[in-house]
Ligand binder design. Structure first.
Ligand code: 6PG
Length: 466
């Protein structure tokens, strides 16, 4: 046994993670269901091949690792993880540790922890795509402090480093906490992408800009407060030509977005938690609508396309996106805060913002400031932190104007609108739910609270009931 750690599943992400681990100096034993893949992986590992130990069976894999063993699973989330755990179980001892590094549903991770597995278990969210896995992902761990510590040297070594050198790898809490935080990360990823797509649509259809012009705008934004990986790649994709014919490649891509489910899980979980995350929900909704291509065609045939042309200025669009982004993250962090109690976690919001600063898909400069603002007072909504309150106040008129003009011209901007609607509700101390309570009391005697302190929690509806 000479490997420090093992890894199962040499797909794109697993292979990249294994090479990253080997590169950081940790000998790694690997196993893949198809033996050919395992041996080809070693053959292709170049100068890292010395630290890669290919194995042909699970027994061999386990025997190749120095006890107590740690084994990373990088197999498709869901049933495959349970099957792999079952197959491994006979070979593992009570001190060994299995780490599920896939995009697991955190409820599954909770379940696996509670099922009394005969070995230790960590659920680990990994973000950053293939490039991140290979050169430095953001890592969100879930499990016991002791289990995290037993592999923390490896996980921090392979993780991305923030500007200040801090590793973007941390334990988020017990059981499914890591996968939960990764899920919300993905929900925010959906929302960031959707808001970028919305302003892209305004530039393309409202302002008649071509992809190259749009790319320049994104590049410029990437130098300012919106600096982020997703804005950077948006500049790159709009600057890229199609190898078949030379048109901008975005112009030949079908407008139907796929989804593996993590955004949807975030929206569903938010409903369970009664946590308002309308920007993320709008982003999930928009992906669903994007999938209904035939219906959209029928809709356009019957109602005609909206006019869409309108004079926007890109400065206002940038401000609108800044506001939308802050509102979205404020919602996302509040949702994370809401999960701590029901799941018995103590999710540390500033720590989470820190882990997202580098390596992951939503990495951005703004997350530095968010980490600081959340550290000042983790219980305060991000939008009320002085730094962000000022930014929102400044950007809000642009968000409102962009949304109003977009709606007027017929652009679909569901994520930006949802951010604004939430903001207008949450800055209103006297809303309209008094009407809802009156109706609830009228038809169901559900009662209400009064503003004037009089002790009477029902309306005099009785005689009006037909
Ligand atoms: C990441 C990503 C990644 C996710 C893809 C695809 O953080 O590296 O979130 O884990 O799987 O982005 O997600 P969808 O297929 O749902 O768009």
């Amino acid at each position: 046994a000479q490997a420090r750690i093992g890894l199962i599943g040499l797909g794109t992400m697993g292979a990249a993670l294994a090479l990253n681990i080997a590169e950081k100096g940790f000998p790694i034993a690997v196993w893949n269901r198809t033996t050919d893949v395992t041996h080809r992986f070693k053959a292709d590992a170049g100068e890292l091949a010395d630290r890669v130990i290919p194995t042909d069976s699970l027994k061999e894999l386990v025997e190749a690792i120095t006890p107590p063993r740690a084994i990373i699973l990088m197999v498709p989330a869901g049933a495959a993880v349970d099957q792999q755990i079952e197959a491994l179980t006979p070979y593992l001892g009570p001190d060994d540790l299995v780490i599920d590094a896939g995009n697991a549903d955190f409820h599954d991770t909770n379940r696996r922890n509670q099922a009394g597995l005969p070995f230790h278990f960590l659920g680990m969210g990994v973000s950053g795509g293939e490039e991140g896995a290979r050169h430095g992902p953001s890592i969100m761990g879930g499990g016991s402090e002791a289990d995290w510590s037993s592999v923390a040297d490896i996980l921090t070594a392979i993780s991305a480093k923030a500007e200040d050198g801090t590793p973007c790898a941390a334990r988020m809490g017990d059981e499914g906490a890591g996968h939960f935080v990764k899920m919300v990360h993905n929900g925010i990823e959906y929302a960031d992408m959707q808001m970028i797509a919305e302003v892209y649509g305004i530039m393309r259809d409202g302002m008649g800009m071509d992809a190259a012009q749009i790319s320049k705008v994104f590049s410029r934004w990437n130098e300012g407060p919106l600096q982020s990986y997703l804005i950077e790649i948006s500049a790159a994709v709009t600057a890229t030509a199609d190898p078949h014919g030379g048109k901008p490649i975005v112009d030949v891509i079908l407008d139907r977005a796929g989804q593996k489910g993590t955004g949807r899980w975030t929206a569903i979980e938010a409903q369970h938690l009664a946590a308002p995350i309308p920007v993320i929900e709008a982003a999930v909704m928009a992906r669903n609508v994007s999938g209904q291509l035939d219906q959209r065609k029928a809709g356009e045939a019957r109602f005609g396309a909206a006019p869409k042309r309108a004079d926007f200025d890109t400065g206002a669009l940038e401000q609108a996106l800044i506001a939308g982004k802050i509102l979205c993250y404020a919602q996302g962090f509040a949702m994370i805060a809401a999960a701590s109690k029901p799941f018995g976690w103590t999710l540390n919001l500033p720590e989470i913002a820190k882990v997202w600063r580098a390596g992951c898909i939503i990495r951005s400069t703004m997350l530095n400031d968010m980490a600081e603002a959340l550290a000042e007072d983790p219980a305060r909504n991000l939008v009320l932190a002085p730094f962000f309150a000022d930014l929102v106040e400044k950007a809000l008129p642009s968000l409102r104007r962009v949304v109003v003009e977009a709606i007027d011209a017929g652009h679909a901007v569901p994520a930006l609108v949802s951010g604004l609607m939430w903001f207008d509700m949450m800055r209103t101390s006297r809303g309209t739910a008094n009407m809802i309570q009156a109706q609830r009391d009228f038809f169901g005697a559900h009662g209400f609270e009064r503003l004037d302190g009089i002790e009477d929690s029902h309306g005099p509806w009785a005689m009006q009931q037909g």
